[in-house]
Design a protein around this ligand. Structure first.
Ligand code: C5P
Length: 396
């Protein structure tokens, strides 16, 4: 319920993606938002108002002369009651009208009369999107402070393929949730490691650690929501990349270290969440080791580089944040690790909760002492960690 209590005015314009707006309303309601739908006349040719009324639980408005609003001020009342006005799908025609300040139907009038932010998710044929007139209109809208969601790239209803698809309802929800988060890391660049590493024994076997990557991915999402430019260096996990985060996939600890060192100079913050394998086989076999008795009796191991310690030891390190997953004596071991790696903040957790869950319990350790974060979903904890990071950045 990450949009609990939020009031969303949703404009739907005429385009085949209007059918996805029905799913969008369902997801908004599921996240706790209240949704007031306004449709253009063209949109009603694709989906009927009854569909949106059933999903939102509220009457749908299509006409600025609608007698259901007693004072006939639908164009003012509907957006004044909203925290945000979202238009999805937003057709080329609608965007052109808004760019020029036209107000010849209920939705464009709502846009002009609003006192809340406007977010638009364009949906149109790729050539309409690339047309110089649309390009000019989009530039005007961006200049006017309108937030653009997408468009995406891929197959289009007309049979063509290219840029112009409405982004998926799930992505629109992610952008909306981000919209309401405080921009504590605006303008900052954050580099994060997440997931396990995999150290090959032979082409099909290896040494790895138990790690779902969920905490690291949640931190990447929370940092991005807070306005940071986020790069996520990820070991092998099966998680989707958070919206607006650039992900670099790696496998071994040495690949992870190379990817981190390549990018760290531009980073303000480095958060090492990855469960890096401490050791790797000294000489991985080039071919699969057979079960015929020819396998070596022992696998010789060599120590992996400590990525976090290496970054913290750079001449001008970013603000470094480490993790300490311990099975006992959390405070003692976490503080010891913080001092050994010379980092300002370490995040401790006891691992008896198991791996791969959606919730966690953390304690933050820094120069000011301990800050316990009670059990909560990982994304909530990640947002609290981001808030702490923002405080430490201020103090730097
Ligand atoms: O030393 P230890 O593995 O217990 O420390 C955990 C912290 O150090 C985590 O933040 C982890 O991401 C980071 N780490 C690392 N490179 C390693 C081992 C751990 O960055 N080789």
């Amino acid at each position: 319920m990450e949009l609990q209590g939020k009031r969303i005015a949703l404009g739907v314009t005429g385009g085949i993606a209007a059918y996805k707006a029905a799913e969008l309303v369902r997801l908004l309601i599921k996240q706790g938002a209240s949704v007031q739908v306004a449709m253009t006349e063209a949109a009603t040719h694709f989906v009927t108002p009854v569909t949106f009324q059933a999903l939102s639980g509220k009457p749908v408005f299509t006409d600025q002369w609608d007698p259901r609003i007693a004072n006939n001020m639908a164009h003012i009342d509907l957006s004044r009651e909203a925290d945000v006005l979202l238009v999805a799908p937003a057709s080329a025609d609608f965007l052109a009208k808004v760019a020029h300040g036209l107000a010849d139907d209920l939705l464009t009038t709502l846009v002009l009369a609003r006192d809340c932010p406007l977010l638009v998710a364009p949906a149109m044929n790729r050539q309409m999107w690339e047309n110089p007139a649309t390009r000019r209109n989009i530039a005007t809208l961006c200049n006017d402070g309108v937030t653009l969601l997408g468009p995406g790239c891929g197959d289009q209803a007309c049979g063509e393929s290219g840029l112009g698809r409405m982004i998926e309802p799930e992505e629109i929800i992610a952008v909306l949730i981000a919209h309401f988060q405080p921009k504590l890391l605006a303008g900052k660049r954050v580099l994060i490691t997440a997931g396990p590493t995999f150290e090959a024994i032979d082409p099909v076997r290896g040494i790895t650690n138990l790690s779902s990557g969920k905490m690291g991915y949640a931190i990447a999402r929370a940092a991005s929501e807070a306005g940071a430019e986020v790069t996520l260096v990820s070991g092998p996990v099966s998680l989707p990349c958070p919206h607006d985060v650039s992900r670099i996939d790696v496998s071994s600890a040495r690949q992870m270290r190379d990817a981190v060192l390549h990018r760290v100079a531009n980073s303000d913050v480095f958060v090492a969440v990855a469960a890096v394998a401490d050791y790797r086989p000294a000489k991985p076999a080039g071919q699969k080791i057979k079960k015929d008795g020819s396998a070596p009796a022992a696998i010789e191991l060599v120590q992996n580089p400590d990525i976090l310690a290496d970054v913290a030891a750079l001449p001008n390190p970013p603000l470094c944040v480490g993790f300490a997953a311990e099975s006992e004596k959390l405070q003692e071991y976490a503080e010891k690790k913080r001092r050994a790696k010379k980092i300002p903040l370490i995040v401790g957790n006891l691992i008896h909760q198991g791996f791969g869950g959606d919730n966690n319990t953390l304690i933050l350790f820094d120069d000011d002492g301990q800050h316990p974060l009670p059990p909560a979903p990982k994304i909530e904890l990640a947002r609290q960690l981001v808030a702490r990071i923002a405080i430490l950045l201020e103090k730097r």
